[in-house]
Design a protein. Structure first.
Length: 344
């Protein structure tokens, strides 16, 4: 499916560049300044940035243009984020890239009175966050890629592995916009199924660790976390607690599984980064109006299982893989590491 999507994307971009051939030719040899701000240092978001850079480098060589990238990471500090964005503006960047919802929202606000286009990456719910009017017609000066999470699909996996689960823990940061919709969806799913749930939240690693311990003490059968950057940042500190308690942690990105969670379910972030790079190049080289460029979404069909944690909690990988197969496009293995580069 992903190979087909990649082929379709390549054709679309080729036709797009060809249709605007005159404009592309006139930009030959030109340099574009791009400011990229990452929200926090975690495996998935870093993977997105790496693939944006790689795609722009490849596209630049192909089209004989230079994409000069100014990259920074605000480490979830709103004051630092504001300063980074202000620096991008002062440096007259041609386009800003916001990785994750908080950065995208800050960039949108900062560029309301300017002509600087904004491309976001990994925004789970851009409509609810009021970044865009709709996925098909974003409006204003912004568009991007979404890692929308199919919450029901994850819960189908939870009950495929343990049909007798009676109590589910919901672990998230209440201040993360990306968590609002999936947590609401999770509650609705569990209420309809008549299954008890317990919510615990945290905004720092220490708070998340205390929340994880509270869920363990409450005797939950499984824990769900959406695509939440705060919990992702704390995963290396909590995964052993859940594993020792034999509690599977189901999460909304493969980077959680990389950092020790039992399962990460969602998009291919490497591909998301690549397609974000393609959108950036198309907007700059072909002078596209970002408000008319549809937001790109992806199939949420890959379940990534940490085989070390799977064994630690007492699950048999082959049995779990077979149980998950009807609910996924693909089931894949991973082992614990701090970053994807560590696995190479």
């Amino acid at each position: 499916m992903k190979k087909i999507s990649a082929i379709i994307l390549t054709v679309i971009l080729t036709l797009s560049f060809a249709a605007c051939g005159k404009n592309s030719d006139s930009n030959s040899g030109k340099s574009f300044k791009i400011g990229i701000c990452n929200y926090v240092d975690d495996a998935s978001l870093n993977q997105i940035v790496d693939n944006i850079k790689a795609e722009l480098e490849a596209t630049g060589k192909e089209l004989n243009v230079d994409f000069a990238i100014d990259y920074d990471n605000c480490n979830a500090d709103s004051n630092v984020m504001s300063q980074i964005i202000a620096n991008f503006t002062a440096n007259n960047v041609d386009l800003m890239v916001g990785v994750a919802t908080p950065v995208a929202m800050a960039m949108q606000s900062a560029t309301e009175d300017s002509d600087i286009p904004v491309v976001f990456a990994a925004v789970s719910d851009p409509v609810s966050a009021k970044l865009v009017n709709s996925l098909e017609a974003p409006g204003a000066n912004i568009t991007g890629t979404s890692d929308y999470l199919d919450t029901n699909a994850i819960f189908n996996l939870i009950f495929a592995a343990n049909p007798q689960a009676k109590k589910i823990g919901l672990l998230y940061d209440i201040g993360q916009d990306s968590s609002a919709t999936p947590i609401a969806d999770a509650k609705k799913y569990l209420q309809q199924k008549g299954v008890e749930f317990i919510e615990k939240t945290g905004t720092t690693v220490d708070e998340v660790t205390l929340a994880a311990k509270a869920l363990i003490e409450a005797g939950v059968d499984a824990v769900f976390t959406p695509t939440d950057n705060t919990i992702m940042n704390a995963e290396l500190s909590i995964y052993e607690l859940f594993a020792a308690a034999k509690i599977p942690h189901y999460t909304g990105a493969d980077s959680f599984a990389l950092n020790g969670a039992f399962l990460g379910y969602g998009v291919d972030y490497a591909n998301l980064g690549k397609e974000t790079g393609d959108m950036i190049a198309d907007i700059l080289v072909n002078d596209k109006d970002p408000g008319t460029v549809p937001v790109r979404t992806f199939d949420n069909g890959t379940a990534t299982i940490n085989t070390e944690t799977c064994e630690a909690i007492g699950f048999d990988y082959a049995t779990v893989e077979a149980a998950f197969a009807p609910f996924c496009q693909r089931v894949q293995k991973i082992t614990t590491a701090e970053s994807f580069d560590d696995l190479k």
